[in-house]
Design a protein around this ligand. Structure first.
Ligand SMILES: Cc1cc2nc3c(=O)[nH]c(=O)nc-3n(C[C@H](O)[C@H](O)[C@H](O)COP(=O)(O)OP(=O)(O)OC[C@H]3O[C@@H](n4cnc5c(N)ncnc54)[C@H](O)[C@@H]3O)c2cc1C
Length: 391
């Protein structure tokens, strides 16, 4: 006899699981949101809070991200927990004329997809952010980009789901899943949950949960590290990052950034994010180091080196701490938001460096799939079947 019986059991209370619980509860389903730890125990509390379309690829990637971004204004009003949503746009910085050329083509392709992007020359970026290094040829502005407090988003979604009747079953690790009577029994370290549907939202741990029902899930941990500055004067007014970030994210062939070996080896690209309390986050790195989330001094130095390159004033500002998280990486950089060959078992995982931004649309899509509603758009590029894996 199960301790709880629900329509939807959501495994993992990070931002993706919390959004999935919220949108399912909003659709009228009975929901259990389960985590081995607390809310935001995993990657969702070790990230930045950027809600970006500028770092997506032209085509489905940016259209999907924009649809999610467009949901945040309403979400910030629906959720009773403060999520600090602000939409000040973002600025990519180009370091060389070659990058200006690549950025121009990228900008044209993104504008063709309906993204409000524009090229800026040297004078415009200096007017925009006067403390930038004086030798940068230009930038690329994306007016619709925003940011928020990611842990607040996670709490806001989970608490609102609870208000709609969802059970928050925290500090219970899922240990096995049985298929039974056209549904599932999810066994945890503290009670069993009978559910018609199960959604695997376990981030980098999704492959472990997948194995419990015989599914191989190709997600790997890709570490990222962030530095946090002391509270200081306003160095930059909005999200600023180097265009080379795109190349570090997608491991672009055919272009090599003029950077040191340590920057290149650790996939470091400059990212600057001011917060409401007037300190700021500086990132970030991308490397495969298992599930290690310790801070590494070489990575910290490489991030600082890159930050000073773009904002020389940062040389005089103190770092008060550093932290790391592991991004759930898939081989084609796209998340899995999908049903599976196991009827009633869904996957919402593998959002790599975009899970905060993609959380609302992911939760909504999974809720619509479970309810049998027509989806907002064709999301076949996110299907589990694209990997050709057998159950
Ligand atoms: C340095 C860094 C910066 C980032 N910056 C951004 C950004 O600016 N914008 C953005 O959109 N994204 C960003 N990301 C990416 C984003 O953080 C992730 O995509 C997102 O947090 C993934 O959320 P998730 O819910 O899938 O996974 P998680 O938050 O990891 O949640 C998975 C949950 O599953 C639970 N779990 C695991 N195993 C079990 C089990 N057996 N039983 C029960 N529960 C279990 C875990 O405890 C965990 O809470 C960043 C990531 C990093 C590392």
């Amino acid at each position: 006899m199960a301790d709880w019986t629900v329509d939807v059991a959501v495994i993992g209370a990070g931002v993706i699981g919390s959004a999935t619980a919220y949108f399912n509860a909003k659709a009228g389903a009975s929901v259990a949101l389960i985590d081995s730890g607390d809310l935001a125990e995993g990657t969702s509390s070790k990230s930045d809070g950027n809600i970006l379309v500028c770092d997506k690829l032209p085509g489905f990637d940016c259209v999907f991200a924009k649809a999610s971004q467009d949901m945040f204004q309403q979400l910030s009003q629906e959720l009773e927990y403060p999520i600090e949503w602000r939409q000040k746009g973002s600025l990519f910085l180009m370091e060389t004329d070659e990058e200006m050329e690549i950025a121009k083509k990228f900008c044209d392709d993104m504008v063709a997809c309906g993204i409000p992007m524009r090229m800026m020359d040297h004078k415009e970026i200096m007017d925009d952010e006067p403390l930038l290094a004086d030798d940068l040829p230009g930038g690329l502005e994306t007016a619709c980009d925003g940011s928020l407090y990611p842990i607040g988003l996670c709490y806001g979604l989970a608490f609102q789901a609870r208000k709609l009747g969802a059970q928050l079953l925290l500090h219970r690790a899922v240990t096995s899943i049985d298929r039974q009577d056209g549904g599932f029994v999810v066994h945890t370290t503290n009670g069993d949950i009978a559910a018609k549907n199960v959604v695997n939202c376990a981030g980098v741990w999704a492959p472990v949960i997948g194995k419990m029902v015989g599914l191989d899930i190709p997600i790997q941990a890709r570490q990222g590290q962030i530095l946090v500055s002391e509270q200081t004067f306003r160095v930059g007014r909005r999200k600023v990052h180097e265009f080379g970030y795109l190349m570090a994210k997608f491991q672009t062939d055919g272009y090599t950034r003029p950077v040191s070996e340590a920057v290149s080896r650790n996939g470091v690209a400059f990212v600057f994010e001011p917060t409401d309390s007037n300190n700021f986050l500086i990132g970030s790195s991308r490397r495969f180091a298992g599930e290690d989330i310790s801070s590494d001094i070489e990575v910290m130095q490489a991030i600082a080196e890159r930050a000073i390159r773009f904002f020389p004033i940062l040389r005089d500002i103190k770092v008060i701490r550093a932290y790391s998280g592991v991004r759930p990486f898939t081989p084609d950089h796209m998340p899995i938001v999908s049903d599976t060959p196991v009827p009633g078992f869904y996957i919402a995982a593998g959002h790599e460096g975009d899970g905060i931004g993609l959380s609302p649309i992911t939760g909504k899509m999974i809720a619509d799939m479970i309810a049998g509603n027509e989806l907002l758009m064709d999301i076949s590029p996110l299907s589990y079947s694209r990997f050709g894996l057998q159950s």
